[in-house]
Write a protein that binds this ligand. Structure first.
Ligand SMILES: NC(=O)c1ccc[n+]([C@@H]2O[C@H](COP(=O)([O-])OP(=O)(O)OC[C@H]3O[C@@H](n4cnc5c(N)ncnc54)[C@H](O)[C@@H]3O)[C@@H](O)[C@H]2O)c1
Ligand SMILES: [Zn+2]
Length: 354
């Protein structure tokens, strides 16, 4: 269940008394910028146990889990405890995982504070961590008690992170709804301050509606849900290959690049037209504030070697979710390495030129 803005705090306040212990999992940035607002809306939470981790994808690992589990045990967490995951996708991914395994599962609530986690990561029941240099390698499907979305948290989010979040919203249009894609192209290219309003709530709701329509038909990703991975086969590889750089790509930036590469493959191998492919690339190259000017071709061998770990693969073959046209995505399409490499070359030219 998902609740929006002020009303959602009534729901939150009404269930807190049921739990013996409440833990808030967050990161340093979210603590600094958003915690006071959460306490003002839910004063009971001032007495909860705060667990703060460092920000960033690099923290989404098993060592951080061990740190969090220890903190919960030291503070006498029991089966009737609640974990509130308060932050971006890294926090909701790791927090859902922590909660699902602690004493074989305790309740958790997601309060996303980034656009990406509001429109995507906090919804759908996927929780997990990166392991052995592989994105989301260890994880579990499990749903929070509910999700509380308050877009006023977005006021403090860095612009780069805000526009990174738009990647998954665009993805939902590309894979499922041509009209939504057209609407987004016209309406998302504004200043961040202008975008945080009622209309953004409608965009988030539509994005969630599309994601839900897909995952409810296939919660465990045996078939249709794979289309939500559009842009993520190459995108995750790119994200991993740049993670140890000084200025790593955000998840959203990696997915923008991944969607461009996979759109080129869709044009080359399926029915996506050249016009549609160009439309997708031109739209993404114009997204403000993000930094996708990376030489991905220089890392082609590393990117290709990481692809083998994608969860959609079978028998060593690499399978993609690709576009037949904008609004229509297919899954389980095997693509050979030479085509993937060519896509990296084509998109690299666009990224470097831009
Ligand atoms: N489970 C899923 O279905 C799913 C779907 C999409 C993405 N993901 C995962 O989500 C993660 C990316 O999430 P993300 O983009 O939210 O990144 P993130 O959680 O790393 O947050 C981005 C940055 O913004 C900061 N921040 C967050 N909220 C803030 C606020 N309100 N004010 C100021 N700073 C704030 C964080 O500290 C961090 O530095 C990736 O690990 C990705 O794999 C999961
Ligand atoms: Zn994603």
């Amino acid at each position: 269940m998902i609740f929006f803005n002020k009303k959602s705090y009534n729901k939150l306040n009404s269930i807190l008394f049921k739990y013996s212990k409440i833990f808030i999992l967050t990161d340093k940035n979210v603590k600094k910028h958003c915690l006071l607002k959460l306490f003002n809306n839910a004063p009971l939470l001032k007495n909860s146990n705060l667990i703060v981790i460092k920000p960033g994808e690099i923290e989404k690992n098993i060592y951080t889990c061990i740190y969090i589990w220890k903190k919960i045990i030291e503070n006498k967490g029991d089966r009737n405890s609640l974990i509130i995951n308060f932050g971006g996708g890294v926090i909701t991914d790791i927090g859902g995982f922590i909660a699902s395994l602690f004493k074989r599962g305790i309740d958790f609530i997601n309060i996303p504070t980034t656009l990406l986690s509001m429109c995507d990561a906090s919804i759908g029941g996927k929780n997990g961590i990166d392991f052995y240099n592989i994105k989301n390698e260890i994880g579990i499907f499990n749903n929070p008690k509910f999700i509380l979305i308050d877009i006023s948290y977005l006021e403090t989010i860095p612009k780069k992170e805000f526009y990174s979040g738009i990647s998954e919203i665009y993805k939902h249009g590309l894979i499922f709804d041509y009209n939504f894609w057209c609407y987004l192209k016209l309406n998302l290219n504004k200043k961040k301050e202008e975008l945080i309003n009622e209309e953004l709530i409608n965009i988030i709701k539509k994005s969630i509606y599309i994601k839900k329509k897909i995952f409810e038909k296939d919660p465990l990703e045996k078939n249709l849900r794979k289309i939500l991975n559009f842009g993520h086969t190459i995108g995750h590889s790119i994200e991993t290959c740049f993670i140890k750089e000084n200025n790593p790509l955000t998840h959203g930036e990696s997915i923008f690049i991944g969607m461009m590469c996979e759109s080129w493959i869709s044009y080359k191998m399926l029915d996506l037209s050249k016009k549609e492919y160009n439309d997708i690339c031109n739209t993404f190259l114009k997204v403000p504030e993000i930094n996708i000017k990376k030489n991905i071709y220089k890392k082609k061998n590393e990117i290709l070697s990481m692809l083998i770990y994608d969860k959609k693969n079978k028998n060593g073959k690499i399978y993609f979710s690709l576009l037949n046209k904008i609004g229509k995505c297919i899954y389980n399409k095997e693509i050979k390495n030479n085509i993937i490499e060519e896509s990296l070359k084509k998109i690299n030219k666009k990224l470097i030129k831009n």
